[in-house]
Design a protein around this ligand. Structure first.
Ligand SMILES: [Zn+2]
Length: 148
């Protein structure tokens, strides 16, 4: 099954805190906020670590390797241009399994995805619109790790 980019996606409107996350893909990097107080990653990005309350936090690149923790297959045509079926998944980062991202898993048939499947990040370049402002975002999407 070969992934075809949809005509449309609901692109995010990055905030100051999530800007790095949405634009790291420009350099092929998945940037996840890391706390320098306790060393843990966390997501979504925020001004303080939820574990130790340190505000010494900053985005850092991770490997982009992850596993599928939960998923659902959308079969409803909610968004014209984003054709079903597609897989909405929660993936756990290899670096920190309790750091989870909601994304789409592509390049896999809906009946072939499974919990625990190894996936890796790639990025899709989109223009986000919030009111009058346009900004480019690089959506992190995931696909199965190809056997080498
Ligand atoms: Zn911390």
């Amino acid at each position: 099954m070969t992934y075809q980019r949809p005509q449309l996606r609901l692109a995010p409107s990055p905030t100051a805190e999530s800007h790095a996350f949405w634009t790291g893909g420009r350099n092929g990097e998945l940037l996840i906020t890391r706390c320098h107080g306790c060393g843990h990653f966390f997501h979504p990005p925020g001004p303080a670590c939820w574990r130790c309350r340190s505000t010494d936090v900053a985005p850092e690149p991770v490997s982009g390797q992850a596993v599928v923790a939960a998923y659902t297959v959308n079969r409803q045509n909610w968004i014209p241009g984003l054709d079903p079926p597609y897989i909405v998944a929660m993936v756990e980062l290899a670096e920190e399994p309790d750091t989870r991202l909601m994304s789409n898993v592509v390049d896999v048939a809906p009946d072939a995805i499974s919990i625990g499947m190894a996936v890796e990040v790639f990025f899709e370049d989109w223009t986000a619109m919030s009111g009058e402002e346009h900004s480019r975002v690089w959506l992190p999407l995931f696909r199965p790790v190809k056997p080498t």
